[in-house]
Design a protein around this ligand. Sequence first.
Ligand code: ZN
Length: 287
Amino acid sequence: MPGLSKRELRQKTICGVLLALIGIALLVLGVLLFTKALNKNSNAVQDNDKESDAGTVLDSSRQDEEDLPASSYNIDISEYEEYIYTEDEKYLMLVNPENSCGKYVPDDLVYSSDATEYDFSGYNIDRVVLKALTAMCLEAESDGIFGIDITSAYRSYAYQDALFGHYCDQEMSKNPSLTRKEAEEIVSTYSCRAGTSEHQTGLCVDLRVRGDNDSLLEESFADTGAGAWLAENCERFGFILRFPAEKTDKTGIIYEPWHFRFVGYKAANEMKSSGLCLEEYVEKLGI
Ligand SMILES: [Zn+2]
């Protein structure tokens, strides 16, 4: 180059190279910063997702908690949960005039007056059913409903046979012209033949209000505070009102607002929401 000494030329070249290097360095730095910014952005998106996922999870768990039956009781049901929520098919056992259980004897009967948490009269009853019943009666008390008691629970084949025979004798003494078979036909409209009573399963109870004999095994039980409360709340404890007024053609049994059958929480709630009685429910499940 004219007018530039070799030294000046070298200096200029070095300057050019340095500038080029700085330029490259700045470019690389720029690219790095840009990439980092991009990453940061995408991290932010992931974090947002995570956050919203976590939010959803939290929300749904909060929802679940609200839906959890345990949170809707006044009493602490933690010691009763395993009984109330059982899904053992044993508790869907169907016994009615068309489905005899023969001389079946339940294998897990306990005595109701042995329950320490609630004051029941003494009847044999399935162990799990007594636990769920205890929780139900304690909850009723917490709602101001006192004095619910058992008036019948497990009844053996022999007992039902004797009871049925006793009613037949009564009918025949009222009307001596009846044959035994005719008397049995009449009695079978209001009492079960041995082997066809649900009471033989140990899974049901007839309930009453202690001291109130007027509503004892009467339709008027439905109008008592206890009767109304039980009809409204029994499914929360795994029970159903077994013989509703509108299902007598399906159950073959008259309206019995005092007779409660344990089936477990899930089945009881499904039956309540669908309006199915046990005969229909069991048929639907194909059991
Ligand atoms: Zn009954």
